[in-house]
Write a protein that binds this ligand. Sequence first.
Ligand code: ZN
Length: 320
Amino acid sequence: MNPFRGEGEWLKAALHTHSTVSDGTLAPDRLVQSYVEAGFDIVAITDHWRLTQPNARDDVILVPGAELGFDMIAPAYPRQSAEFLVYGLTDIPEDPGGDRSNWYFSDEDNYEVRTFPSLSEGTKWAAGQGAVTYVAHPYWNQLPPHELMAMEGYTGIEVFNGSAELECGRGDSSPWWDLLLGEGREVFGIATDDQHYPLFELGTAWTMLNVAERSPAAVLDALRTGASYFSHGPSIYDVSDQDGGMEITCSPARSIRLQTEEEFGACVTVGRAGRRMGQILETDGRGLITRAFVEGAAERRYRRVVIVDEHGNRAWSNPL
Ligand SMILES: [Zn+2]
């Protein structure tokens, strides 16, 4: 499915953010207001083990969310666990059944960790609620790719996390994504700011969702079907399948990549070290690419687009 060729409306979503209900610094309604002022259309507050319910308002779509935890198969250090984001849930399980020695509560930080026995157990519980799950920041959690490979039931992974990138350089989990896609798994991506400290993190990454209507149900549908792209800078306007590759229209870019399994990807790039495995079709006044054809055979196991702007910020499409 190609959301760029559909009829829906593109909306800007904050899908991983924390309020004072867990370890964030803004109260829920203030947090929602901040996203509205920053141009967001959709907000899912994902407090740790809390279901935060800000007041409804008509200028933003609010989606119930939470960040929950699970025990890892082979943790590398004591009390190591990992996390997943749940959208559209209706309650929080009191006892998710995981290893109590991984659980943690800090009154001072208002921070709680509980765990499901595994990611698959967590996604099964979420599916029972009619909810959609994305695995949070696998690189930041040091979640080995083979553990992700062994688990099921998740719709996607958080490919880019703005605060993890800023704080410790562990924001980009796209190698995990390529490993899953290369194995033939159908897994979508999102980017988020994982905001706890609004001045530093709010709006540092986001997901664009192509929705059929402005409702929480339509947002969940878009998350479930990968009708999205995600970014910490550039925009993708159109991607179309062409003979032997794809044509992409985007905000001014230094490079456009078509990523596939193994080493079969390709790119067109302008400026120093610019290599063209395709054709530049349009540039802006400064010579940056706004439309290009990039080579990539349709027989590839998957093809996904990455836009790199002049600052090195990226936008990612799902496999198309
Ligand atoms: Zn978080």
